[in-house]
Design a protein around this ligand. Structure first.
Ligand code: NAD
Length: 305
Protein backbone atom coordinates (compact mmCIF):
# COMPACT_ATOMS: atom_id res chain seq x y z
CA UNK A 1 0.00 0.00 0.00
CA UNK A 2 1.25 3.48 -0.89
CA UNK A 3 2.81 5.85 1.59
CA UNK A 4 1.70 9.35 0.70
CA UNK A 5 3.29 12.54 2.05
CA UNK A 6 0.76 15.39 2.21
CA UNK A 7 2.12 18.92 2.68
CA UNK A 8 -0.21 21.90 3.18
CA UNK A 9 -3.22 21.04 5.33
CA UNK A 10 -5.39 24.15 4.99
CA UNK A 11 -9.05 24.46 4.00
CA UNK A 12 -8.49 22.11 1.04
CA UNK A 13 -5.46 20.01 1.97
CA UNK A 14 -6.85 18.96 5.36
CA UNK A 15 -9.99 17.21 4.03
CA UNK A 16 -8.11 15.85 1.00
CA UNK A 17 -5.52 14.17 3.25
CA UNK A 18 -8.36 12.82 5.42
CA UNK A 19 -9.84 11.08 2.35
CA UNK A 20 -6.52 9.33 1.65
CA UNK A 21 -6.62 8.00 5.23
CA UNK A 22 -10.19 6.82 4.69
CA UNK A 23 -9.00 4.97 1.57
CA UNK A 24 -6.55 3.04 3.77
CA UNK A 25 -3.34 4.76 2.70
CA UNK A 26 -0.46 5.54 5.03
CA UNK A 27 -0.29 9.34 5.15
CA UNK A 28 2.55 11.45 6.52
CA UNK A 29 1.64 15.10 6.98
CA UNK A 30 3.40 18.44 7.37
CA UNK A 31 2.08 22.00 7.69
CA UNK A 32 3.52 25.16 9.18
CA UNK A 33 0.49 25.25 11.52
CA UNK A 34 0.76 22.57 14.24
CA UNK A 35 -3.02 22.51 14.87
CA UNK A 36 -3.60 21.56 11.22
CA UNK A 37 -1.27 18.56 11.65
CA UNK A 38 -2.89 17.57 14.93
CA UNK A 39 -6.34 17.43 13.29
CA UNK A 40 -4.96 14.87 10.78
CA UNK A 41 -3.02 12.98 13.46
CA UNK A 42 -6.35 12.50 15.28
CA UNK A 43 -7.59 10.72 12.14
CA UNK A 44 -4.55 8.43 11.88
CA UNK A 45 -1.92 10.40 9.98
CA UNK A 46 1.77 10.35 10.92
CA UNK A 47 3.08 13.83 11.75
CA UNK A 48 6.50 14.90 10.43
CA UNK A 49 8.54 17.77 11.86
CA UNK A 50 9.71 18.96 8.41
CA UNK A 51 8.37 18.81 4.86
CA UNK A 52 11.47 16.91 3.72
CA UNK A 53 11.01 14.43 6.57
CA UNK A 54 7.47 13.72 5.36
CA UNK A 55 8.55 13.33 1.73
CA UNK A 56 11.69 11.20 2.13
CA UNK A 57 10.84 7.57 1.32
CA UNK A 58 7.21 8.30 0.34
CA UNK A 59 5.82 6.74 -2.87
CA UNK A 60 3.76 9.82 -3.65
CA UNK A 61 4.11 13.44 -2.46
CA UNK A 62 1.11 15.77 -2.66
CA UNK A 63 1.33 19.49 -2.00
CA UNK A 64 -1.57 21.92 -1.48
CA UNK A 65 -0.08 25.37 -0.89
CA UNK A 66 -1.27 28.95 -1.37
CA UNK A 67 0.82 30.25 -4.33
CA UNK A 68 3.68 29.71 -6.77
CA UNK A 69 6.43 31.04 -4.49
CA UNK A 70 5.49 28.49 -1.78
CA UNK A 71 5.60 25.67 -4.32
CA UNK A 72 8.96 26.76 -5.81
CA UNK A 73 10.53 27.21 -2.36
CA UNK A 74 9.28 23.87 -1.11
CA UNK A 75 10.36 21.74 -4.09
CA UNK A 76 13.53 23.58 -5.05
CA UNK A 77 14.67 24.63 -1.55
CA UNK A 78 15.14 28.01 0.09
CA UNK A 79 16.79 28.56 3.45
CA UNK A 80 14.51 31.42 4.47
CA UNK A 81 11.23 29.82 3.36
CA UNK A 82 10.39 28.32 6.74
CA UNK A 83 10.07 24.73 5.52
CA UNK A 84 12.12 23.56 8.48
CA UNK A 85 15.11 22.95 6.15
CA UNK A 86 17.00 24.74 3.39
CA UNK A 87 16.73 21.57 1.30
CA UNK A 88 13.98 21.21 -1.26
CA UNK A 89 11.81 18.15 -1.70
CA UNK A 90 13.69 17.35 -4.93
CA UNK A 91 16.84 16.89 -2.81
CA UNK A 92 15.32 14.15 -0.66
CA UNK A 93 12.80 12.13 -2.68
CA UNK A 94 13.70 8.88 -4.46
CA UNK A 95 13.79 8.73 -8.27
CA UNK A 96 10.58 6.69 -8.43
CA UNK A 97 8.55 9.04 -6.21
CA UNK A 98 5.59 10.67 -7.95
CA UNK A 99 5.17 14.39 -7.14
CA UNK A 100 1.70 15.93 -7.42
CA UNK A 101 1.12 19.63 -6.80
CA UNK A 102 -2.59 20.44 -6.36
CA UNK A 103 -2.13 24.16 -5.58
CA UNK A 104 -3.42 26.76 -8.04
CA UNK A 105 -0.28 28.54 -9.25
CA UNK A 106 1.20 30.09 -12.39
CA UNK A 107 1.95 27.61 -15.17
CA UNK A 108 5.57 28.84 -15.37
CA UNK A 109 6.30 27.77 -11.77
CA UNK A 110 4.75 24.35 -12.44
CA UNK A 111 6.85 23.97 -15.60
CA UNK A 112 10.01 25.04 -13.74
CA UNK A 113 9.54 22.47 -10.96
CA UNK A 114 8.63 19.76 -13.52
CA UNK A 115 11.81 20.52 -15.51
CA UNK A 116 14.01 20.47 -12.38
CA UNK A 117 12.44 17.18 -11.27
CA UNK A 118 12.95 15.68 -14.75
CA UNK A 119 16.72 16.35 -14.44
CA UNK A 120 16.75 13.65 -11.71
CA UNK A 121 14.29 11.43 -13.60
CA UNK A 122 11.47 12.30 -11.18
CA UNK A 123 7.89 12.67 -12.45
CA UNK A 124 5.97 15.82 -11.40
CA UNK A 125 2.42 16.71 -12.37
CA UNK A 126 0.42 19.87 -11.76
CA UNK A 127 -3.07 18.84 -10.63
CA UNK A 128 -5.04 21.89 -9.48
CA UNK A 129 -8.57 21.18 -8.33
CA UNK A 130 -12.08 22.50 -8.67
CA UNK A 131 -15.02 21.78 -6.37
CA UNK A 132 -14.23 23.87 -3.30
CA UNK A 133 -14.03 22.81 0.33
CA UNK A 134 -17.30 20.86 0.06
CA UNK A 135 -15.85 18.82 -2.82
CA UNK A 136 -12.63 18.29 -0.88
CA UNK A 137 -14.56 16.95 2.13
CA UNK A 138 -16.86 14.76 0.02
CA UNK A 139 -14.02 13.38 -2.12
CA UNK A 140 -15.68 14.66 -5.29
CA UNK A 141 -13.06 17.13 -6.52
CA UNK A 142 -12.25 17.65 -10.17
CA UNK A 143 -8.51 17.29 -10.85
CA UNK A 144 -7.09 19.10 -13.89
CA UNK A 145 -3.70 17.58 -14.63
CA UNK A 146 -0.65 18.59 -16.63
CA UNK A 147 2.28 16.22 -17.17
CA UNK A 148 3.33 13.05 -18.96
CA UNK A 149 0.88 10.24 -19.81
CA UNK A 150 2.83 7.88 -17.55
CA UNK A 151 2.73 10.23 -14.53
CA UNK A 152 -0.98 10.88 -15.14
CA UNK A 153 -1.68 7.12 -15.08
CA UNK A 154 0.42 6.62 -11.95
CA UNK A 155 -1.51 9.39 -10.17
CA UNK A 156 -4.93 7.74 -10.69
CA UNK A 157 -5.16 5.72 -7.42
CA UNK A 158 -4.48 8.71 -5.15
CA UNK A 159 -6.51 11.18 -7.20
CA UNK A 160 -9.45 8.75 -7.31
CA UNK A 161 -9.43 8.64 -3.51
CA UNK A 162 -9.97 12.44 -3.41
CA UNK A 163 -12.00 13.22 -6.52
CA UNK A 164 -14.42 11.95 -9.12
CA UNK A 165 -13.53 13.78 -12.36
CA UNK A 166 -9.89 13.52 -13.38
CA UNK A 167 -8.75 15.26 -16.57
CA UNK A 168 -5.46 15.26 -18.44
CA UNK A 169 -5.23 18.76 -19.94
CA UNK A 170 -1.81 18.29 -21.59
CA UNK A 171 1.89 18.59 -20.75
CA UNK A 172 3.52 20.31 -17.77
CA UNK A 173 1.63 23.48 -16.75
CA UNK A 174 -1.48 22.64 -18.84
CA UNK A 175 -3.50 21.83 -15.71
CA UNK A 176 -2.76 25.29 -14.34
CA UNK A 177 -3.76 27.02 -17.58
CA UNK A 178 -7.09 25.14 -17.70
CA UNK A 179 -7.71 25.89 -14.00
CA UNK A 180 -7.25 29.66 -14.34
CA UNK A 181 -9.45 29.74 -17.46
CA UNK A 182 -12.12 28.07 -15.30
CA UNK A 183 -11.67 30.40 -12.32
CA UNK A 184 -11.72 33.50 -14.52
CA UNK A 185 -15.09 32.32 -15.89
CA UNK A 186 -16.31 31.48 -12.37
CA UNK A 187 -15.55 35.02 -11.12
CA UNK A 188 -17.45 36.53 -14.04
CA UNK A 189 -20.43 34.23 -13.36
CA UNK A 190 -20.37 35.09 -9.64
CA UNK A 191 -20.35 38.85 -10.30
CA UNK A 192 -23.05 38.59 -12.98
CA UNK A 193 -25.25 36.39 -10.83
CA UNK A 194 -24.87 38.79 -7.90
CA UNK A 195 -25.86 41.89 -9.85
CA UNK A 196 -28.83 40.09 -11.47
CA UNK A 197 -30.12 38.81 -8.12
CA UNK A 198 -29.79 42.22 -6.49
CA UNK A 199 -31.60 43.94 -9.37
CA UNK A 200 -34.46 41.47 -8.93
CA UNK A 201 -34.56 42.13 -5.18
CA UNK A 202 -34.52 45.90 -5.82
CA UNK A 203 -37.67 45.39 -7.90
CA UNK A 204 -39.37 43.43 -5.13
CA UNK A 205 -38.66 39.87 -6.30
CA UNK A 206 -38.00 37.02 -3.86
CA UNK A 207 -34.36 35.98 -4.52
CA UNK A 208 -35.30 32.32 -4.01
CA UNK A 209 -38.01 32.46 -6.67
CA UNK A 210 -35.75 34.45 -9.01
CA UNK A 211 -32.94 31.91 -8.48
CA UNK A 212 -35.31 29.02 -9.27
CA UNK A 213 -36.39 30.76 -12.48
CA UNK A 214 -32.88 31.62 -13.67
CA UNK A 215 -31.47 28.21 -12.72
CA UNK A 216 -33.58 26.50 -15.40
CA UNK A 217 -33.51 29.43 -17.85
CA UNK A 218 -30.78 30.65 -20.17
CA UNK A 219 -28.98 32.44 -17.31
CA UNK A 220 -28.55 29.19 -15.37
CA UNK A 221 -25.02 28.54 -14.14
CA UNK A 222 -22.98 26.78 -11.43
CA UNK A 223 -23.22 29.66 -8.92
CA UNK A 224 -27.04 29.49 -9.02
CA UNK A 225 -27.06 25.70 -8.75
CA UNK A 226 -24.42 25.15 -6.11
CA UNK A 227 -23.21 28.39 -4.54
CA UNK A 228 -25.92 31.04 -4.47
CA UNK A 229 -24.34 34.34 -3.27
CA UNK A 230 -27.57 35.75 -1.75
CA UNK A 231 -27.90 34.89 1.98
CA UNK A 232 -30.86 32.64 2.81
CA UNK A 233 -31.45 31.25 -0.67
CA UNK A 234 -29.46 28.02 -0.17
CA UNK A 235 -28.51 26.14 2.97
CA UNK A 236 -24.95 25.06 3.68
CA UNK A 237 -23.25 27.52 1.36
CA UNK A 238 -20.95 30.34 2.57
CA UNK A 239 -23.54 33.09 1.88
CA UNK A 240 -25.80 31.53 4.53
CA UNK A 241 -22.92 31.27 7.03
CA UNK A 242 -21.78 34.90 7.06
CA UNK A 243 -19.54 34.18 4.04
CA UNK A 244 -17.21 32.11 6.22
CA UNK A 245 -15.27 29.07 4.93
CA UNK A 246 -15.30 28.30 1.21
CA UNK A 247 -12.94 30.04 -1.22
CA UNK A 248 -11.35 33.22 0.07
CA UNK A 249 -11.54 36.52 -1.85
CA UNK A 250 -7.72 36.78 -1.53
CA UNK A 251 -7.34 33.46 -3.38
CA UNK A 252 -9.73 34.60 -6.12
CA UNK A 253 -7.72 37.82 -6.45
CA UNK A 254 -4.58 35.67 -6.81
CA UNK A 255 -6.21 33.48 -9.49
CA UNK A 256 -7.50 36.52 -11.41
CA UNK A 257 -3.98 37.98 -11.29
CA UNK A 258 -2.70 34.70 -12.74
CA UNK A 259 -5.32 34.77 -15.49
CA UNK A 260 -4.41 38.36 -16.42
CA UNK A 261 -0.69 37.46 -16.50
CA UNK A 262 -1.53 34.51 -18.73
CA UNK A 263 -3.60 36.77 -21.00
CA UNK A 264 -0.65 39.15 -21.36
CA UNK A 265 1.70 36.30 -22.25
CA UNK A 266 -0.58 35.08 -25.05
CA UNK A 267 -1.90 38.54 -26.03
CA UNK A 268 -5.45 37.25 -25.37
CA UNK A 269 -8.34 39.68 -24.95
CA UNK A 270 -10.05 39.09 -21.58
CA UNK A 271 -12.14 42.20 -20.79
CA UNK A 272 -14.54 40.39 -18.46
CA UNK A 273 -11.73 38.75 -16.51
CA UNK A 274 -9.98 42.11 -16.21
CA UNK A 275 -13.13 43.78 -14.87
CA UNK A 276 -13.79 40.90 -12.46
CA UNK A 277 -10.22 41.23 -11.13
CA UNK A 278 -10.72 44.96 -10.47
CA UNK A 279 -14.01 44.30 -8.66
CA UNK A 280 -12.44 41.56 -6.50
CA UNK A 281 -9.33 43.66 -5.74
CA UNK A 282 -11.60 46.49 -4.59
CA UNK A 283 -13.61 44.06 -2.47
CA UNK A 284 -10.41 42.73 -0.84
CA UNK A 285 -9.21 46.29 -0.18
CA UNK A 286 -12.41 46.95 1.74
CA UNK A 287 -11.41 44.27 4.27
CA UNK A 288 -13.09 41.23 2.69
CA UNK A 289 -9.94 39.32 1.72
CA UNK A 290 -10.51 36.42 4.10
CA UNK A 291 -14.24 36.09 3.41
CA UNK A 292 -15.73 33.73 0.81
CA UNK A 293 -15.67 35.01 -2.79
CA UNK A 294 -19.50 34.95 -3.02
CA UNK A 295 -19.47 37.95 -0.61
CA UNK A 296 -18.96 40.08 -3.78
CA UNK A 297 -22.79 40.08 -3.69
CA UNK A 298 -22.57 42.76 -0.96
CA UNK A 299 -20.96 45.17 -3.44
CA UNK A 300 -24.37 45.46 -5.09
CA UNK A 301 -26.37 46.00 -1.90
CA UNK A 302 -28.38 49.21 -1.61
CA UNK A 303 -27.01 51.91 0.68
CA UNK A 304 -27.97 51.34 4.31
CA UNK A 305 -30.32 54.11 5.52
P1 NAD B 1 -5.18 27.64 2.93
O1 NAD B 1 -4.53 28.97 3.10
O2 NAD B 1 -6.37 27.29 3.76
O3 NAD B 1 -4.09 26.45 3.13
C1 NAD B 1 -2.74 26.54 2.75
C2 NAD B 1 -1.94 25.75 3.79
O4 NAD B 1 -0.58 25.67 3.35
C3 NAD B 1 -1.93 26.41 5.16
O5 NAD B 1 -2.34 25.48 6.15
C4 NAD B 1 -0.45 26.82 5.35
O6 NAD B 1 -0.02 26.77 6.71
C5 NAD B 1 0.25 25.77 4.51
N1 NAD B 1 1.61 26.13 4.08
C6 NAD B 1 2.05 27.26 3.49
N2 NAD B 1 3.37 27.17 3.24
C7 NAD B 1 3.76 25.95 3.66
C8 NAD B 1 5.01 25.26 3.69
N3 NAD B 1 6.12 25.81 3.21
N4 NAD B 1 5.05 24.01 4.22
C9 NAD B 1 3.92 23.43 4.71
N5 NAD B 1 2.71 24.03 4.74
C10 NAD B 1 2.63 25.28 4.21
O7 NAD B 1 -5.55 27.54 1.36
P2 NAD B 1 -6.59 26.54 0.67
O8 NAD B 1 -7.93 27.16 0.61
O9 NAD B 1 -6.40 25.17 1.24
O10 NAD B 1 -6.01 26.57 -0.83
C11 NAD B 1 -4.82 25.90 -1.20
C12 NAD B 1 -4.67 26.00 -2.71
O11 NAD B 1 -5.83 25.42 -3.34
C13 NAD B 1 -4.56 27.44 -3.23
O12 NAD B 1 -3.64 27.48 -4.29
C14 NAD B 1 -5.98 27.73 -3.73
O13 NAD B 1 -5.99 28.71 -4.75
C15 NAD B 1 -6.41 26.38 -4.22
N6 NAD B 1 -7.87 26.12 -4.21
C16 NAD B 1 -8.63 26.47 -3.14
C17 NAD B 1 -10.00 26.21 -3.17
C18 NAD B 1 -10.91 26.57 -2.01
O14 NAD B 1 -12.15 26.49 -2.19
N7 NAD B 1 -10.37 26.93 -0.85
C19 NAD B 1 -10.59 25.60 -4.30
C20 NAD B 1 -9.77 25.22 -5.35
C21 NAD B 1 -8.40 25.49 -5.30
Amino acid sequence: MSTVAFIGLGNMGGPMAANLLKAGMTVRVFDLVPAAMQALADQGALVSSTACGAAAGANVVITMLPAGKHVRNLYLGNESAGNGSEKGLLDVVAGDTLLIDCSTIDAQSAQLVAAEAAKSGIEFIDAPVSGGTAGAAAGTLTFICGGSDIAFERAQPVLNAMGKNIFHAGGAGAGQVAKICNNMLLSVLMVGTSEALQMGIDHGLDPKVLSDIMKVSSGGNWTLEKYNPCPGVMENVPSSKGYQGGFMVDLMVKDLGLSQEAALLSNSSTPMGSLARSLYVNHARQGNGRRDFSSIFEQFAPLKK
